[in-house]
Ligand binder design. Structure first.
Ligand code: NAI
Length: 477
């Protein structure tokens, strides 16, 4: 079989890979993207973890479960009476699957539009040569491709607890957590990170009794302390049980009888939790399964991540790696930025990713979002700063929405007033954070935000007011 020659071969069709392929094609390179993800019918399902079992489906379920909670608990405040309220979990899951499929199909359409050649199968390194690297595709497509440049974007897999396998029936990863067929009466989550809190929220809202077991003594240690405290208050009120400082011991999968989790609590006492299902969300590990890096001598580190420099160059000339399979936060938008930057570097341009302005979002209710440094980081770094906060309680739009939990917090340099971090817990934090990212990209001062006209009434006025608060001159609080 003749090799198919490409300028750029991208291995992996998640947000890092598919975006890199589109950008490479836009820049005039003949580009291939290899991805093995299949949907239930065995058809290509590009988009990676994000599209298939991550960002997109979790947001679909978060929306459904939030609607249900609103109908049951908050519609009455608006004078809307609801009787006979029920939720059809099968339909909720089917809707989520339909949203995923729209995104899969959207990516296939974008490949066609941009003339990216798509190959459905697993891509692995076969050998390097004078013309570039040979990539073997095995799956629906059986081909050998040659790429002058190769971009590896193979993503990550859930980290399992030692000795506790995911069966996706009782012991669930993010995958199984998104397709539980009926509401479990009792659900345990191990790890109170991003996945734990989002999935815990979904299943609590539709009726599960949820307990989150977290090893660390602090709640959301990476989040600004004041914001994490505010979020914790809201989660406690909602009935999400969070136990910190625990040490998880034996996790016994008892089949039809559920799961028994032995653990030591923060006081050192031995405890046991019997639940129907457990979601293990203790982080993710880089994925190079089947990539065959040894064939070309591609270097991995001790965690299994592909070693790259700050420009995403690997130890091999013309081989690049982006996203979850390399260092840095495992976030879809970080992978996308790296993918674009790499395609531009291949074209001899100056692709750029600013790691200091990558926003974080946790899609709970209230949402949590931030960019830049936290107050505790600024203290640790010995930076003199000023802080301004503004509560949504004092924001007219938030009152009208009926969602006044939380605040916006702006941290600015004490001397120059440059914004060093913005932290939000509250309604639509995921959308509000963009203004802060733009401001920080342009190295704005808090005074800049304070002087910009914000639409009234809008939640974004809370950001303006928090910026005013840095100079102790809020107008509405
Ligand atoms: P995570 O790193 O966010 O949280 C893992 C948590 O588990 C930590 O709090 C850690 O202390 C705890 N932990 C670790 N070992 C433990 C043990 N043996 N017992 C109890 N607790 C333990 O990881 P998570 O939630 O699994 O998410 C994985 C990745 O996916 C994250 O890097 C995140 O960036 C990404 N993600 C992003 C989302 C978003 O941007 N909204 C949504 C979901 C995932």
């Amino acid at each position: 079989m003749a090799n198919k020659q490409f300028d750029v071969v991208v291995i992996g069709g998640g947000p890092g890979g598919y975006i890199a392929a589109i950008r490479a094609a836009q820049l005039g390179f003949s580009t291939a993207c290899v991805d093995e993800w299949k949907n239930k019918d065995g058809k290509p399902a590009p988009g990676g973890t994000c599209t298939n079992i991550g960002c997109i489906p979790s947001k679909a379920l978060l929306q459904s479960s939030e609607n249900y909670e609103h109908a049951g608990k908050h519609f009455a405040d608006h004078g809307i009476a609801v009787s006979g309220l029920s939720i059809d979990i099968e339909k909720m899951i089917a809707r989520k699957d339909a949203v995923v499929k729209q995104n899969n199909d959207g990516i296939l359409y974008l490949f066609k539009k941009n003339k990216v050649s798509f190959f459905h199968g697993r891509g692995s390194f076969a050998k390097g040569g004078a013309d570039g690297y040979e990539i073997k595709v095995s799956g629906t497509s059986e081909e050998t491709l040659t790429g002058k440049d190769v971009i590896v974007a193979t993503g990550s897999n859930p980290r399992a607890l030692p000795g506790v396998n995911f069966d996706e029936t009782n012991i669930l990863s993010n995958d199984g957590a998104l397709r539980i067929p009926a509401v479990p009466k009792k659900l345990a989550l191990i790890g109170s990170g991003v996945i734990g809190l989002e999935m815990g929220s979904v299943w609590r809202r539709v009726g599960a009794e949820v307990t989150v077991l977290e090893a660390l003594p602090t709640f959301l240690g990476a989040v600004d302390e004041q914001i994490a405290k505010e979020a914790r208050k809201a989660f406690d009120k909602q009935g999400l049980k969070i136990e910190l400082g625990v040490q998880v011991g034996e996790v016994k999968n008892r089949g039809d009888k559920g799961v028994s989790v032995a653990y030591t609590d923060a006081k050192g006492e031995a405890r046991k939790l019997d639940v129907d299902k457990v979601i293990v969300s203790i982080g993710r590990v880089p994925n190079t399964i089947g990539l065959n890096p040894e064939a070309v001598g591609l270097k991995l580190d001790e965690r299994g991540a592909i070693v790259v420099d700050d420009q995403c160059r690997t130890n091999l000339p013309n081989v690049w790696a982006v996203g979850d399979v390399v260092r840095g936060p495992m976030l879809a938008h970080k992978a996308e930025e790296e993918g674009v930057a790499v395609a531009e570097r291949i074209a001899g341009q100056h692709g750029h990713v600013n790691f200091n302005t990558i926003p974080w979002v946790i899609y709970t209710s209230p949402e949590i979002a931030w960019v830049g440094r936290t107050e505790q980081q600024l203290k640790a770094d010995g930076v003199a700063y000023k802080a301004g906060t503004f509560p949504f309680m004092a924001n007219g739009r938030a009152r009208a929405l009926g969602d006044t939990t939380g605040m916006v917090k702006v941290l600015a340099d004490a001397q120059t007033d440059e914004i060093l971090g913005v932290h939000i817990v509250g309604p639509m934090a995921s959308e509000l954070i963009s203004e802060a990212v733009v401001a920080m990209e342009f190295r704005a001062s808090s005074e800049d935000i304070a002087r910009i006209c914000h639409a009234h009434p809008s939640l974004s006025e809370a950001t303006k007011e928090a910026a005013l608060a840095v100079d102790k001159r809020t107008l509405n609080f």
